[in-house]
Design a protein around this ligand. Structure first.
Ligand code: ZN
Length: 211
């Protein structure tokens, strides 16, 4: 499936799910299992924060990898590369969610200037809270969750292993933020990837984080 079509299908599917969640009756969808997935969602592990159900799709049409925030560790990258390079999905959606406790904890830790989170989370604080600083793109909401999604999206778009696919347009790396209440996803505009790197915090070592 072409990448633009795959993204439109994700957006439309979430629209159906949001309307269903609001109590609107929807025409029953196709329940025939899909022969192949067309999208990978990279979302947060917290309950309800990501999952196939958000897109009201046929079984097997959407894959999900869920980690804290989410985060882009080695295992997550391997999952993304498998979906993109082997399964040929058309879109990878980095999905944050409005009420994310993980990003909130990281933002708090960053703001007090101390690394109070244990283990691998310590080094992750800077990137998780990238959005709590000023963002260079005008008109973009500078909230922590949106900033986090944009930072991860930028990192994926620069990933060597995906460059040939993203440059040729075969793969789209999209970003979105889920409203935990309405179940609707705000898909971020396709703006340039200029994200302010966090200052004064250690850069995350991607090899440290698994799923
Ligand atoms: Zn979360």
């Amino acid at each position: 499936m072409p990448s633009a079509q795959a993204l439109r299908r994700l957006i439309a599917g979430n629209g159906r799910h949001r309307r269903e969640s609001a109590g609107e009756s929807q025409a029953s969808g196709d329940v025939t299992p899909a022969g192949f997935p067309f999208a990978l969602v990279v979302g947060c592990l917290e309950p309800g924060a990501a999952g196939e159900e958000l897109f009201a799709e046929r079984p097997g049409a959407i894959e999900c990898v869920r980690t804290a925030g989410p985060s882009l560790g080695q295992d997550t990258m391997a999952a993304i590369e498998y979906a993109a390079l082997v399964q040929n999905v058309g879109v990878v959606l980095v999905l944050g969610h409005r009420d994310c406790g993980v990003v909130s904890a990281a933002k708090d830790a960053r703001e007090v200037g101390e690394l109070r989170l244990p283990g691998a989370l310590q080094e992750w604080v800077g990137s998780a809270a990238a959005g709590s600083g000023a963002l260079p793109v005008k008109g973009v909401t500078a909230d922590a969750v949106t900033g986090h999604v944009r930072a991860l999206r930028a990192r994926l778009r620069k990933a060597d292993s995906l460059l040939s696919l993203t440059r040729s347009g075969q793969l789209k790396i999209a970003g979105g933020v889920l409203d935990d209440d309405t179940r609707g996803i705000e898909f971020l505009p396709d703006e340039p990837d200029e994200v302010v790197e966090p200052v004064g915090m250690p850069r995350p070592d991607p090899s440290r984080y698994g799923s």
